[in-house]
Design a protein around this ligand. Sequence first.
Ligand SMILES: Nc1nc2c(ncn2[C@@H]2O[C@H](COP(=O)(O)OP(=O)(O)OP(=O)(O)O)[C@@H](O)[C@H]2O)c(=O)[nH]1
Ligand SMILES: [Mg+2]
Length: 301
Amino acid sequence: MGFAQLVIGPAGSGKSTYCSSLQKHCETVGRNIHIVNLDPAAERFDYPVAMDIRELVSLEDVMDQFGLGPNGGLIWCMEHLEDNLDDWLGEELENYMEDDYLVFDCPGQIELFSHVPVLRNFVNHLKSKNFNVCAVYVLDSQFMTDVTKFISGCMASLSAMIQLELPHVNILSKMDLVTNKKDIEDTFSLRCMFSLSRHVLSPSVEYISCTSSEAISLWYLYPDSQFLLSELNQRMAPRFANLNKALIELVDEYSLVSFVPLDLRKKQSMIYILSQIDTCIQYGEDKDVKVRDFEEGSGDD
Ligand SMILES: Nc1nc2c(ncn2[C@@H]2O[C@H](COP(=O)(O)OP(=O)(O)OP(=O)(O)O)[C@@H](O)[C@H]2O)c(=O)[nH]1
Ligand SMILES: [Mg+2]
């Protein structure tokens, strides 16, 4: 069995940066992963590219050849990938053995994980090749600075969840940009979490820079849905009250408000995220516990 992460999320949310940081982290800890570029428009990479969709099709060629714009061209490229799942992808996957771990860096066009079925068929193909796949949805921390943006980010994540039917981990990227006290006060969802966690840790700036696993796991708490609802009602005209209630219930029902923060300055942050994803795809569960052999009488015991 192989393992795979499908890294998706809005344009510019930090997907490729996450992939390259993950690759560097795994290299440091001696873990073998391979990053695959699925973006036909990508031009430069900060990671070694194991497989590259541009060997099959490139956005530039498609735009020239068919006179398409960038978004139409991208959809054409991805549909071309879909038509070549058995040929191109199948052949490329033959280079990887059981237990290999692939990370797919996807383009940021939201339609790919909302209504166009390409990624869903791609995932089904991976599953048929015996891969355990997890969707990793990357959302920019700027989405947390405003309740209406946050709800729209949640809805996009939810539509990916429903479309792909995969285990799903939400990552809140660029946490290094949420650093000063004003940002923290402006970030309504952090206030939510503080209100939940104040009996455990004081709501201070130190909390943000704390690297202990206890502090990081607190981020994973579910904010109070009533708090979200009251924030949303304050921002919207009274006639939207019922809609707001329905949206918050939906978000609550799908436990969507659980985001794992990614702060690239902190090693612990990547370790925690990877452990969450590994659990989702059952990576390492069948590994044997290594027992060191001691020579009898060597005095090592
Ligand atoms: N400060 C900060 N900037 C980041 C971080 N992650 C990404 N960026 C910046 O955000 C921009 C977009 O990052 P990418 O990793 O290219 O985002 P992407 O989601 O792959 O973008 P598309 O593939 O175009 O959808 C770049 O300028 C990155 O340097 C982060 O953790 N902190
Ligand atoms: Mg990218």
